[in-house]
Design a protein around this ligand. Structure first.
Ligand code: ZN
Length: 242
């Protein structure tokens, strides 16, 4: 599943379509894709895992969910959900969720909660977290209203990096660990983005999908935890439950 950094990479690859007119819009989506034909893209944007094509008075939002994918200037041997042709290339999405956003994007989204946005606000994240002391850290990290762009891999790696057990509640975290959680949600996402750009992400993963703790050698626990019930890897020895 594409996490926020993967959407940044798509954002960069698709940035060349800003200022260009959609010559044709096709695909198996039930939405009226023709609405975009003849319209000029005002900006290409993203918010966490949302990829946004801004047409000014409306925008197309693409969310790749669990199995979505995209191709820029090439196709996959599968029917596209949406295929946009421009004079300078094409943009294709597969198995993605599409939605038109009818309000200005600045009203629809708060970029202060996007961990990879220049507007990211750690202070705002802290305020939101303080309001939900009973939430488990493994659920809090996946809450897109707090940490937009953080996905399951980043969640697992951040919790290992700060040595916190995934079932610790926000309220039980020592203040320094809460600060570390918020800081690493961004810092780890930046590392993830850099590794992904260089095609070396996999070799940098320390616990996600792994069997043994790289620090102490203990067998990692693999469980579906929290309200989000997502696959979690952690070291029962190194990660402290507060
Ligand atoms: Zn360990």
């Amino acid at each position: 599943m594409p996490e926020g950094p993967s959407i940044i990479i798509l954002h960069e690859a698709a940035a060349k379509f800003a200022g260009h007119v959609v010559r044709s819009a096709t695909g198996n989506s039930k939405l009226d894709l023709k609405r975009m034909e003849g319209r000029k893209v005002r900006a290409i944007r993203s918010w966490g895992k949302h990829f946004l094509i801004d047409f000014g008075d409306f925008a197309m939002r693409v969310h790749m969910l669990m199995f979505g994918s995209y191709r820029v200037d090439e196709t996959k041997p599968a029917p596209p959900r949406m295929s946009l042709a421009f004079d300078n290339g094409q943009l294709n999405f597969y198995s993605s969720s599409l939605k038109y956003i009818e309000q200005p994007l600045e009203e629809a989204y708060d970029w202060r909660s996007d961990v990879l946005s220049p507007d990211w606000s750690p202070r705002l994240a802290r305020v939101k977290l303080k309001k939900q002391p009973d939430t488990l850290v493994c659920d809090a990290l996946l809450d897109q209203a707090i940490f937009s762009g953080v996905g399951n891999i980043i969640k697992n790696e951040v919790l290992f990096r700060i040595k916190v057990h995934p079932e610790t509640t926000i309220g039980a975290l020592p203040p320094a660990k809460l600060t570390a959680l918020i800081r690493q949600a961004r810092d780890y996402s930046e590392d993830f983005l850099e590794w992904k750009r260089r095609f070396v992400l996999r070799k940098h993963l320390l616990v996600n999908g792994k069997g043994k703790c790289p620090d102490c050698g203990s067998k990692l626990v693999r469980a579906y935890l929290g309200k989000t019930h997502r696959r979690t890897f952690y070291c029962p020895h190194c990660q402290v439950r507060y």
